[in-house]
Structures are given as C-alpha cells and as structure tokens.
Design a protein. Structure first.
Length: 87
C-alpha cells in the first residue's frame, strides 16, 4: 500500500470511531433521560393515586365485602387500632 491509501484508510477508521462514539453517547443520553422521566412521572402518579395515612396511624378497611372474610381476632385487632397480625 502506498502512503496515500494508508492515510485515507486511517482517516476513514478514525471518522467511523468518532461517529460511533457520538452516536452511542446520544443514544445513552436519550435512554437515561427517558428512564428518569418515566420513573419520576410514575412516582408522582402513584403518590397522587394513593394518599398516605398520617404517620403512626392505622386505618382499617371497613368495606362490607372485606369485613365478611375477616376472622373475629383480626376484627378485634383492627378495632383496637392495631395493625392486624392474624388472617
């Protein structure tokens, strides 16, 4: 190979490395930004959909269909303001 062909081949190889590196950086940045946006919006939606009870207070489920399947021991714990430990 003469000197000109070697120079052209080296320039093509260097150019493809640079373009590949830039393309990879763009794809990486796009996926990190979209992943961050997705996790932030999902967290905000979850927080808005389920209001958290005040810290340290237990709120029992008094729905009629839920109450029908509860044992007496569980209902007694709920009525006492305790977090149920029995099924």
């Amino acid at each position: 190979m003469n000197g000109i062909r070697k120079g052209v081949l080296a320039a093509v190889a260097a150019g493809s490395l640079v373009l590949g590196g830039l393309g990879g950086a763009v794809l990486y940045a796009a996926t990190t930004i979209s992943a961050s946006a997705a996790s932030n919006s999902n967290a905000a939606l979850a927080a808005a959909a389920t209001p958290a009870p005040a810290a340290g207070t237990f709120v029992p489920n008094e729905n009629a269909t839920h109450e029908a399947g509860e044992s007496a021991a569980r209902e007694a714990q709920e009525n006492a303001g305790q977090v149920p430990t029995v099924p």
